[in-house]
Design a protein around this ligand. Structure first.
Ligand SMILES: Nc1ncnc2c1ncn2[C@@H]1O[C@H](COP(=O)(O)OP(=O)(O)OP(=O)(O)O)[C@@H](O)[C@H]1O
Ligand SMILES: [Mg+2]
Length: 506
């Protein structure tokens, strides 16, 4: 202000167009300053007054305009919640909506819109309430239906459970019956096999025993008397010699008779003849003994016996099958070599006749297996010969077709103190693992119809396992023979209760 008070008004004007001079006029501000200041203050005060009045008016107008809007806001604040609540009618009764009014048309229109919206909302809420009630009613009905269905279902389930239990029971019953039937069938099969085998063996036994018995008496007679016959002959020959010494010149008749009968030859040959007769009778005697031993018809009871005797007598019975067959029979094997590797066996308590049946079955099978092996080799050789004739032998792989010397090896031993083991092995055709698992089944046979019944091993198994409480196993591989291992306890007395009463009464 003070600076302005001391200021000047300055005006610069060029003096003439032709002259480069400027006219400068300066006038001080000070004499005009106070009137200017007053004018300025008055204008400012007026502007301020107008602004204050404008503010007050604006405030009044805005509150006048906003009041119905505030009221509308207040009225509509809780409407949706209250309308949603179940007690909407009560609420309406206690808190009627007082809609605001205004001179402003737009606000009135807004209020009207809110009124419409509220009534629509109310209507919608009512509809929702109605449908909710309907829904609840339907839910209740459905729940009732469902619980009824549930009850029915439970009843059905328990009924089914009862039926299932009954079914299970009847199934178990029929299974038990089926098992019983199966067992009975199995027993029947076994009994049948036993009957057939027993019949077979008893026929063989009876035949053997009959023959043995018939031969036994005359053989015993000859066997018993041949010694005396030899003695008497010796005596008579000595007498003849004494006569010859005493009467060196017999009568011509006697001399002619001596020459005719070749007395010197008879004297020499008669002793040999009697010796060979004694050997022959001894042999018949041994055979008869073996036959009797094998049949053991008189021995259904358990007995302590020498197992080796049983094996030997069985081998004796099978002697003809073990020997080389006569050439006219067409078979070529040189006889089956029987290798006996007997151990020191004590007497074994067993059913000797039954055990002999087992030896018989296993040895016959071994002979058959060897024969089949030889037959296969012969066939292969024949086929090879045929290929050679046809000039085709180059097409085949060379194989060893030399038949091995057939043998059966019998080993006996005592193991684990109280067990006797008899191993019967052969170098026959052998059998596959798959088939060997069935070989103890009744009626299982790989032999041709009429050549095998398939009972031998099942009966043997029954005799060894069930009657003697032992074990019977087979180890075999195709083309590599088979070995049967019979294991029986040395003492049977403890196993007596195992005895099958039907069997024991045989
Ligand atoms: N040593 C063996 N080597 C090879 N296979 C054998 C031998 N022993 C038995 N088998 C097989 O076991 C099968 C059953 O033998 P099993 O003695 O029970 O009946 P089978 O000899 O056929 O008839 P059978 O009633 O006349 O004895 C035989 O057919 C044979 O296939
Ligand atoms: Mg057999």
């Amino acid at each position: 202000m003070v600076r302005w008070k001391n200021s000047f008004y300055v005006q610069k004007t060029p003096a003439s167009e032709n002259l480069p001079w400027t006219v400068i006029v300066e006038a001080p501000i000070n004499p005009h300053f106070s009137s200017l200041q007053n004018l300025y203050i008055k204008s400012l005060a007026l502007v301020l007054l107008i602004a204050v009045i404008a503010l007050i008016l604006a405030n009044l107008v805005s509150s006048w305009l906003a009041r119905p809007i505030w009221k509308l806001a207040e009225v509509t604040t809780d409407v949706p919640e209250k309308l949603v609540s179940q007690k909407v009618s009560d609420w309406q009764r206690t808190n009627p909506i007082i809609w605001p009014t205004s001179w402003v048309t737009e606000i009135n229109a807004l209020v009207e819109n809110f009124k419409v919206m509220a009534s629509t909302l109310e209507q919608k809420f009512q509809e929702i309430k109605n449908s909710k009630e309907q829904l609840e009613q339907r839910v209740q009905e459905r729940t009732r239906e469902l619980s009824a269905a549930n009850r029915e279902l439970r009843a059905q389930v328990s009924e089914r459970q009862r039926v299932a239990e009954a079914l299970q029971q009847s199934e178990a019953l029929s299974r038990a019956q089926a098992q019983k039937l199966e067992k009975a069938l199995h027993e029947l099969q076994l009994t049948q096999t036993q009957l057939i085998q027993t019949e077979k063996m008893s026929s063989l036994g009876q035949l053997v025993a009959g023959v043995a018995h018939e031969i036994n008496n005359p053989v015993n007679f000859i066997y018993g008397n041949i010694i005396h016959a030899k003695d008497y002959t010796q005596d008579l020959l000595k007498l003849v010699q004494a006569y010859q010494q005493q009467y060196p010149h017999p009568t011509p008749t006697i001399q002619a008779q001596i020459e005719a009968m070749e007395l010197d030859f008879i004297t020499e040959d008669l002793v040999k003849l009697l010796d060979s007769m004694q050997v022959g009778v001894q042999r018949i005697h041994d055979i008869v003994k073996s036959l009797r031993n094998f049949s053991r018809l008189d021995e259904a009871e358990m007995k302590e016996v020498d197992i080796h005797e049983g094996i030997d007598s069985t081998l004796m019975i099978l002697k003809s099958r073990l020997q080389a067959p006569s050439p006219d029979k067409g078979r070529k094997h040189p006889g089956i070599k029987v290798i006996k590797e007997y151990g020191e066996l004590p007497l074994v308590e067993c059913y000797p006749g039954k055990l002999n049946q087992v030896f018989m079955n296993i040895l016959v099978n071994a002979i058959d297996a060897i024969a089949s092996g030889l037959f296969a080799v012969t066939n292969a050789n024949d086929a090879l010969e045929q290929l050679k004739v046809e000039g085709l032998e180059d097409n085949i792989q060379p194989i060893n077709l030399q038949p091995a010397t057939p043998w059966i090896r019998i080993r006996t031993d005592v193991v684990e103190d109280n067990w006797v083991v008899i191993r019967i092995a052969d170098n026959g055709i052998g059998i596959t693992e798959e088939l060997s698992s069935k070989m103890f089944d009744p009626f299982f046979t790989t032999k041709l119809v009429g050549q095998g019944t398939g009972l031998g091993l099942s009966i043997s198994y029954q005799i060894v396992v069930e009657r003697h409480g032992g074990k019977l196993e087979c180890i075999s591989k195709p083309q590599q023979g088979a070995e049967f291992i019979i294991k029986i306890p040395r003492q049977q007395s403890s196993l007596l209760p195992r005895l099958n009463p039907v069997e024991s009464s045989e």
